[in-house]
Design a binder for this molecule. Structure first.
Ligand code: SF4
Length: 222
């Protein structure tokens, strides 16, 4: 290497090292140019913008971000918006959503006490399950929503939500019924309300899961 270039390179590296040490001594854990995580749900929504990060953007009518209480102790996470949700731009407003609302009522809560969102924010065509690359694109926004809300319990509705949050391939029948954790927050996987509409005989198991969730939420913040 050219000696002048080597000297210049060592000088730049030295300056960079001094700069990092200086900020470390000031007690900063991140350098000033590092990306700041969003601090509010509004900031997460703004970061999504008119999101085109995956192919689901091409067929959606609405980007369904989520709704509810930013300080909710309980967050429901579903798979993705369906037909009605895509039309209205709100999560869980179709038939499955009406069942979820009845479940929330039966837990002596209201929809505006909780927060409701999905793993992917845009409707997969023909209500197919979201593909892994679509989930991977959208997951950081769900993670930010959950980190901001910091609920006591996350209820994962169906396989896609449970497998995404718990990073597993296990099925919902195996996962449901016991608490797991996501970044230190308790996660209760249970059947998706759309599945319960097709398989009403499984409602009893979901109610057992919801009673456990209700008990955990009643204990108060983590
Ligand atoms: S599903 Fe998520 S990542 Fe894909 S376009 Fe919609 S908001 Fe963006």
């Amino acid at each position: 290497m050219n000696p002048n270039l080597r000297t210049e390179l060592l000088r730049v590296v030295g300056q960079l090292r001094s700069y990092v040490l200086y900020h470390k001594e000031l007690g900063l854990e991140a350098l000033p140019w590092s990306k700041r995580s969003p601090q509010t749900l509004r900031e997460v929504r703004e970061k999504l913008g008119d999101c085109q990060r995956c192919r689901l953007s091409r067929t959606r009518k609405s980007l369904v971000f989520g709704e509810g209480n930013e300080k909710a102790r309980l967050v429901f996470v579903g798979e993705g918006p369906g037909y009605e949700e895509d039309l209205q731009g709100r999560p869980f407003v179709g038939k499955a959503g009406q069942l979820l609302t009845r479940i929330i009522d039966a837990m002596s809560m209201k929809r505006d006490h909780v927060y409701i969102t999905n793993v992917v924010k845009c409707r997969p065509p023909q209500n197919r399950s979201p593909w892994p690359d679509e989930i991977a694109c959208c997951y950081p926004f769900l993670a930010n929503q959950l980190r901001i809300i910091q609920p006591t319990v996350i209820c994962a509705l169906g396989s896609a939500a449970a497998q995404t949050l718990l990073d597993t391939n296990a099925g919902i029948t195996t996962l449901r019924g016991t608490f797991h954790t996501w970044e230190g927050i308790k996660v209760m996987p249970t059947f998706h309300p759309a599945y319960l509409l097709r398989n009403p005989e499984r409602k009893g198991e979901t109610w057992e899961d919801m009673k456990a969730v209700q008990k955990e939420v009643a204990k108060g913040p983590r």
